[in-house]
Every structure is written in C-alpha cells, then in structure tokens.
Design a binder for this molecule. Structure first.
Ligand SMILES: [Zn+2]
Length: 100
C-alpha cells in the first residue's frame, strides 16, 4: 500500500458500528486479565511498565473505554488499537473493522 493510497483512505459513515465488540477484542490484547465487576476487566497495561493490573476496561456498550492508573493513558477501543499497533487513528479503525 503506497502512502498516497493511505492518505486517500476515508472511513465509511458507519465505521463505529463496524468495530468489534469490546468484549471480543480486549481479552486477546491484555495480559493477566481478570474481571473486576460485571462488564469490567483489568490487566497489565501494554503501554507502560505496569505489573499491577493498572489498566481498567469497561466492556459494557460499544466504545470500550479504558484507562491506566499507572501511566494515565486512556481512550476508547480505537485509541487502544492505535497506541498498540502504531497505526494512525484512521488506519487503526480500519484494522479493527477487519477483525469483526
Ligand atoms: Zn499504563
């Protein structure tokens, strides 16, 4: 894929509805996962040296909001995938759509 093509990528209008469900995505991405409350999980943050399950994720709903109490990073499922993969936000969204 050339940079020209990447620049021309436009997310479809319904892209948020085409993302994987948070409950299907995060369990494969986090280590030392455990449930904290119904619909909530925590695990090791992949973005810092956390070893205390500082990263909390809300699996309820569609956004998949998360935050890390060690490094203060936070966001939704696209922010997480964007940080984890190094892809641009838009490409991270497209990559997630392909996982569904
Ligand atoms: Zn962290």
């Amino acid at each position: 894929m050339t940079s020209q093509i990447i620049d021309d990528l436009i997310l479809p209008n319904n892209w948020r509805k085409r993302l994987p469900r948070p409950m299907d995505y995060y369990p494969g991405e986090l280590k030392a996962l455990r449930q904290t409350y119904p619909g909530g999980i925590e695990g090791h943050c992949p973005f810092c040296e956390d070893r205390h399950r500082a990263l909390k994720v809300d699996l309820r709903g569609t956004r998949g909001h998360w935050c890390c109490f060690a490094c203060d990073r936070m966001g939704d499922i696209v922010d997480f995938h964007h940080l984890k993969t190094g892809l641009s936000y838009e490409l991270a969204a497209l990559s997630l759509m392909e996982m569904r």
